[in-house]
Design a protein around this ligand. Structure first.
Ligand code: BES
Ligand code: MN
Ligand code: ZN
Length: 488
């Protein structure tokens, strides 16, 4: 989708959208419509009970110089987020409508360039689809919309748009990685798919299995050992500070397929486990967003990439593995693999880069979905300050978080009779014991937050800024978190 800003409406065919706040429709909201056109629109709005609610759309055809023009009034409510939703609602409506071009005329809206850019961003995000494997989509169901022209925005829109376009590009990369099936995206191909990030100035480093064995990552490698696919640790580094800032770290769970291993999952719904790399996907997308908009921050992104499969060589329930930290783990359930991957990635990044702030993202527990559904990611943190920063970034980005508790009583639930800890507690508080496990790998003085995003990576139904499928959750959250707290 091409998005551009223009001073005047273009010539030729297009659908015209006019943003409308709640309340009575006045002439200034309907620029360029003659008296007759305004009357039709007002009557239509009344007949259709259109009241300018955020994202509400009134669609009608009006006569313009003898031709039929599709006209959409879109409700903006009030506030910036509502404009983003309005943009999303427009693309959702027009994507396969037959229209190829959408013109949004903001000249009657009196909004800032930032708000205009947010509308464009919502429109772009909602227009993302993954059609690469559909060879038989009937012409009528194919996306037709290819261009969005925003008219009447003030000059500040261009700068705001540059930033938001970079963020949207990060979200798209995350969605692509999440949407691809596990025969296409596995640890090595994941790395190849993101190598182009070097073009943006991101340093890309990978550790293969030999290097990880050398480093002592027995927990991560234990998960991988039942798979024919080799594991990878992917490390991305973006420094927009010219070497003047200590790094922060984002760590992502990248289980490219989670069959459960020997503790195998039931068949129903197992296909969902292609998106068990959504944490890693969000980390990569956030790095792309940050580099794309040249963020003045120093950020390390680490992805633990493995496939969890049952096999003659797979790890068994009861096996004891030694993590890179030296702590030993009794693997009670091979399906609690995410924490085994993350613990070694966390140790590695602390030893190598000594970050004082770490945020990990993982589709870690089904229990998180039971607790919070698909409305909030769960957040666990050893720092009230960091928790507040993330909650605020969640609110302003729209990627919402809800804080969950930690505590010694939960930590006790993962004591093992044979090793330093076991990888699962009982069913109770399953998301919390998973977080307690990770906390055991965080060094003294490090601010850490764990985001369990199991319910957020994939949507069963369309949302305001995404279609069914991969949401890109986490990219906008991390971008906002960096912008608000780390940029000089
Ligand atoms: N990847 C899953 C968690 C998950 C489940 C994410 C459903 C999204 C949707 C994770 O590896 C897992 O299998 N967790 C187990 C942990 C249990 C064995 C303690 C779970 O949640 O059942
Ligand atoms: Mn699992
Ligand atoms: Zn998993």
């Amino acid at each position: 989708m091409l998005v551009r800003f223009a001073a005047a409406r273009p010539d030729g065919a297009y659908a015209l959208a006019l943003p409308v706040p709640p309340g009575a429709l006045s002439a200034e909201h309907l620029p360029g419509l003659g008296d007759a056109g305004q009357t039709i629109v007002r009557q239509s709005a009344e007949l259709a009970r259109f009241e300018g609610e955020p994202g509400a759309i009134l669609e009608l055809f009006v006569a313009e110089e003898g031709d039929a023009r599709r006209l959409l009034l879109v409700g903006t409510g009030t506030g910036t987020d509502a404009y983003e939703r309005a943009g999303g609602a427009l693309t959702a409506r027009l994507l396969t409508s037959g229209e190829t071009r959408l013109v949004v005329d903001l000249s009657g809206a009196g909004v800032s360039g930032e708000v205009a850019a947010r509308l464009a961003s919502g429109a772009l995000l909602r227009g993302w689809r993954h059609d690469v494997y559909r060879t038989k989509l009937p012409a009528k169901s194919r996306p037709s919309l290819t261009e969005i022209v925003i008219v009447g925005a003030d000059d500040s829109a261009a700068a705001a748009w540059e930033r938001l376009e970079a963020i949207a590009a990060g979200v798209s990369l995350t969605r692509e990685l999440v949407a691809e099936p596990a025969n296409v995206i596995y640890p090595e191909s994941f790395v190849e798919r993101v190598r182009h990030l070097t073009d943006l100035g991101i340093e890309v480093e990978t550790l293969d299995e030999a290097a990880m064995r050398e480093a002592g990552m027995g927990a991560l490698l234990g998960v991988s050992q039942g798979s024919l696919r080799e594991a990878r640790l992917l490390v991305l580094r973006w420094d927009g500070t010219g070497g003047t800032q200590d790094p922060i770290a984002f760590v992502g769970k990248g289980v490219t397929f989670d069959s459960g291993g020997i503790s195998i999952k039931p068949a129903g719904g197992m296909e969902d486990m292609k998106w068990d790399m959504g944490g890693a996907g969000a980390v990569v997308g956030a790095m792309k967003a940050l580099a794309g908009r040249k963020a003045k921050a120093h950020v390390i992104g680490v992805c633990g990439l493995v496939e969890n499969m049952p096999d003659g060589n797979a790890q068994r329930p009861g096996d004891v593995v030694t993590s890179m930290s030296g702590q030993t783990i009794e693997v009670i359930n091979t399906d609690a693999e995410g924490r085994l991957v993350l613990c070694d990635a966390l140790t590695w990044v602390q030893r190598r880069y000594n970050p004082k702030t770490i945020v990990d993202l993982a589709t870690l527990t089904g229990a998180m979905i039971i607790a919070l559904g698909h409305e909030h990611g769960g957040m666990f943190s050893n720092s009230d300050e960091l928790a507040e920063q993330l909650l605020a970034a969640g609110k302003s980005s729209g990627d919402l978080l809800w804080r969950m508790p930690l505590g010694d009583a939960y930590d006790k639930l993962i004591e093992s009779p044979i090793a330093d800890m076991k990888n699962v507690g009982s069913r109770e508080a399953g998301s919390i014991t998973a977080a307690q496990f990770l906390l055991r790998f965080i060094e003294e003085g490090v601010r850490w937050a764990h985001l369990d995003i199991a319910g957020m990576v994939w949507a069963g139904k369309p949302g305001p800024l995404w279609d069914k499928g991969a949401t890109g959750y986490g990219v906008r959250l991390l971008d906002r978190f960096v912008a608000d707290n780390f940029e000089q």
